[in-house]
Design a protein around this ligand. Structure first.
Ligand code: ZN
Length: 558
């Protein structure tokens, strides 16, 4: 049974070569036999004629092939182009997928279903048809899909949604048909098969009924074909699982795709949490030479919100920096400068006047003091007055732990920190610079959101006001909301001003250090603060609830 299917699969891939080989053999043997029966002179004559006409024949062939090429690639006859379906031998195991705890547990179920397909089929059930993986780019969706295929020991066909996009209506649909036909062949030969469609939102976005230029018709027909093929899988014995991956929000996809029996199983592949980032750093750092003292836990804390791909990038960049510095291994310093280079761009040297430089130092010191002394949730990781990417200085801060929903105190603290630069310039010089523009924009936006949308203003107006059309909001309501917004700004500004007045010695010490060293990291800031009598703010590892390892059994190694 399977041998016949494997033969058929081989024939599908090689029939052209077999035909060519046969033809070549015939065209050599027949003339040889024929010539052997002729007279010596005639034979010489014929062979000479053929050899003489060879260049001419070659020229003809070249012209012909040239025209064919033009037709295919220049003339828009994209119909000839093949869909690039990769049926690679995947060797990604679950142990190679690091730091995707929850997603891995869910994917493991799919693997088990695929492994138990025989029992499942005999009971009369069929394995699930569609799995939708969603999440931000670079979080390992493709890797996870490959791992599912490898662990289940089934072929893996991968294709990108963009490959189905064509100008001509029907071409995309034909490709979908072909993809599923091929998958059926593979499934018949190997028992099951996985189709992985990356960027499924390209063909899966909500269908348009009509638009002015007839656009969308092609997408619609492609998607209809996909739905048809998905429904066709219900026949039972096919054992084909379609895994779609998307970076977009789920609501961009057509509801028909998400209906039961289609992409009804969802796996969210999100950004790794602290513990997972630590694993990821450990994994990628294992591939390079690194300082044995390097504090992986602290590194993971610094990389809040980074995806696995970004973490890999940081480690690679750090190795480059270490190599350029002619060091034997990468240190913590290399890691932090790699993160900064990726996030903030390469340093530029602008020629600042001493006064500008000093003002920048005061500005940044204002941010740092507000952050260090009053922020409940964020730590300042680094402050710098080196110029990067157009900014004169920067304060690098990060949440102590992943906060998914900030409270009012935290939001007010964000505003205070934003206003710290302005307050410091004002305190020291009496005048301020245009460097406060972006800070103000950030503070304003946040205060506006707090009052207009989150019900955090002083007056009792609570609600998401932008939902209501502006014409239906009474002037008095608008005025009250705007007053609330301004009250938040001025209240926080007053607090920062008071803080800086009281802590002026600390601010001056900080500015001195900044001017001398240009960059201070957390420990150095803490030193300065300690000398000014400020209690140390311990950078504790964020306490994180250990993820429960209940449920599916997953291979160890992660
Ligand atoms: Zn600023």
């Amino acid at each position: 049974m399977t041998i016949r299917h494997k033969l058929r699969l081989w024939w599908r891939g090689h029939w052209l070569w077999v035909c060519i080989a046969l033809l070549a053999a015939v065209s050599v043997i027949l003339p040889a036999v024929y010539l052997a029966g002729l007279e010596e002179n005639t034979r010489r004559y014929l062979v000479a004629m053929n050899v003489a006409s060879l260049p001419w024949g070659l020229a003809n062939t070249l012209v012909f092939v040239g025209f064919l090429y033009l037709l295919q690639f220049g003339g828009g006859f994209a119909r000839f182009r093949k869909v690039r379906i990769n049926s690679e031998a995947v060797r990604v195991r679950f142990t190679d997928v690091v730091g995707l705890g929850q997603a891995k547990r869910e994917a493991w179920e799919v693997v088990q279903l695929l492994r138990d397909r025989r029992r499942l089929n005999s009971i009369g059930g069929h394995i699930l048809r569609g799995v939708l993986m969603s999440g931000p780019p670079g979080c390992g969706k493709t890797l996870l899909a490959k791992a599912i295929a490898a662990e289940a020991g089934v072929p893996f066909l991968s294709v990108s949604g963009a490959e189905f996009v064509e100008v001509f209506v029907g071409v995309g649909a034909a490709r979908v048909r072909k993809l599923f036909r091929q998958a059926r062949d593979y499934a018949a030969a190997y028992g099951a098969c996985i189709i992985f469609i990356d960027e499924i939102e390209v063909i899966g976005r909500t269908r348009i009924l009509h638009d002015a230029f007839g656009g969308g018709a092609e997408t619609n027909s492609t998607q209809n074909q996909l739905l048809l093929e998905l429904d066709g899988l219900s026949g039972g014995g096919d054992n084909i699982v379609v895994i779609g991956a998307t970076n977009a929000r789920e609501d961009i996809l057509d509801p028909a795709l998400l209906r039961p029996g289609r992409f009804d199983r969802k796996i969210f592949v999100g950004r790794p949490n602290l513990a997972e980032r630590e694993l990821l750093f450990g994994y990628y750092l294992g591939k390079i030479k690194r300082d044995p003292q390097l504090d992986v836990a602290r590194l993971a804390r610094k990389a809040v919100g980074k995806t696995p791909a970004e973490i890999e990038n940081v480690v690679r960049e750090a190795a480059l920096i270490a190599a350029r510095g002619k060091k034997d291994f990468a240190t913590m310093r290399d890691m932090t400068s790699a993160i900064e280079r990726i996030e903030l761009g390469v340093e530029h040297r602008l020629s600042l006047t001493p006064r500008e430089r000093e003002m920048t130092a005061w500005h940044e010191a204002g941010h740092v003091l507000a952050l260090y002394l009053t922020h409940p949730a964020n730590d300042v990781f680094k402050v710098s007055i080196r110029q990067r990417g157009g900014a004169l200085g920067v304060v690098h801060s990060m949440p102590r732990e992943e906060i998914h929903s900030a409270d009012r105190d935290t939001l007010l603290a964000h505003i205070r920190v934003s206003l710290g630069g302005y307050a410091a310039e004002q305190l020291r010089y009496g005048v301020t610079t245009e460097g406060v523009g972006l800070d103000f924009a950030a503070a304003m936006e946040l205060a506006h959101k707090m009052v207009w949308r989150l019900g955090m203003g002083d007056s009792a107006l609570a609600g998401d006001y932008p939902v209501i059309p502006e014409t239906q909001l009474s002037e008095s309501v608008k005025q009250k909301l705007n007053e609330d917004t301004q009250r938040i700004i001025s209240g926080q500004l007053a607090q920062v001003q008071k803080l800086l007045r009281e802590e002026r010695p600390a601010a001056e010490a900080l500015v001195r250090e900044l001017l001398a060293r240009e960059e201070l990291d957390f420990d150095e800031i803490a030193d300065v603060m300690l000398k000014c009598g400020k209690p140390p703010r311990v950078m504790q590892p964020a306490a994180e609830p250990a993820s429960s390892e209940s449920g599916a059994r997953i291979p160890a190694g992660n």
